[in-house]
Ligand binder design. Structure first.
Ligand code: FES
Length: 277
């Protein structure tokens, strides 16, 4: 059976890891790429970053935060069941350069999405400092896996129950300044990515942001995932999801995601399948 769930693990409250049989995607994916899944026939489609894979088990791994109707449907599924649809790998791989002094920053479930990128930088011979944020100690995820690929791993928790008390950007500012890092990757909530971009403007740091607009078809046809990057209009599903963080219009991204959220409320009444999670 294709798309069969092989394993399921709760990483933290509302955050679940699913390992799914996907031999063709497993062979082709690269760090930073994503898939679109539809858990059940009546579900919406949602984009999820590919977190890991196993050639031996012909599988890929995804991490899902159960916050909306579809994500809750996905995490309610059990090993042995199969996802209705699974399409990928989609998007462009992350920019991975060798011999760099790299800072990888993530917040919330973005920590799972950061793991393959940090691993790819590590394997390319760059030195990786991973700065990860969580609401609280009990919400930290994939700590052991990150330790295996990062030269330095530091956590920030909002309530100070583990590591630095504060957010990831405050943690960054407490340990680094202009010239500390040459390259970076940030993924997580939009305000966090925007703050990371603002904080590092003028540092000489090439910072890549993996953005998360609403996606509908994932093929560049619908225009749903439009992002303004500098003077250009891009589509996150085919041109991204990674863009130069210092050029992304995060305010527009916030407005667009908010507008779609209102539409989702309407769509739910009419059984329209757009992917908001
Ligand atoms: S999701 Fe439709 S253009 Fe990107």
């Amino acid at each position: 059976m294709t798309n069969r769930i092989l394993a399921k693990r709760e990483l933290a409250p509302q955050i679940t890891l699913l390992e799914v049989e996907a031999p063709r995607i497993q062979k082709r994916w690269k760090a930073g790429q994503f898939i679109i899944i539809r858990p059940l026939a009546g579900s919406e489609r949602i984009p999820l970053t590919i977190v890991d894979s196993s050639a031996e088990r012909q599988s890929i791994t995804m991490v899902i935060q159960a916050i909306g109707k579809t994500t809750k449907e996905a995490v309610a599924m059990e090993p042995g069941q199969a996802l209705c649809d699974l399409v990928g790998p989609l998007g462009e791989p992350a920019t991975i350069n060798t011999g760099q002094e790299v800072v990888c920053m993530a917040g919330g479930v973005g920590v799972a999405e950061l793991l393959p990128v940090a691993k790819a930088f590590h394997e390319a011979g760059s030195r990786v400092t991973a700065l990860c944020g969580a609401r609280s100690d009990s919400y930290r995820i994939l700590d052991e896996e990150l330790m295996g690929v990062a030269d330095v791993l530091q956590w920030a928790t909002d309530d100070g129950t583990y590591g630095f008390a504060g957010n990831v950007v405050q943690l960054l500012l407490s340990i680094a300044g202009p010239g500390t890092f040459t390259e970076g990757h940030v993924i997580g909530p939009i305000p966090m990515m925007k703050a990371a971009a603002e904080a590092t403007r003028g540092w000489g740091l090439k910072l890549h942001a993996s953005v998360n607009p609403v996606m509908i078809d994932g093929t560049g046809m619908c225009g749903g995932c439009r992002v303004t990057v500098g003077e250009e209009v891009k589509f996150a599903c085919v041109d991204g999801p990674e863009f130069d963080a210092h050029l992304v219009d995060f305010d527009e991204l916030t407005r667009r995601n908010r507008a779609y959220r209102e539409m989702e409320q309407e769509a739910l009444k009419h059984d329209c399948h757009i992917g908001l999670g």
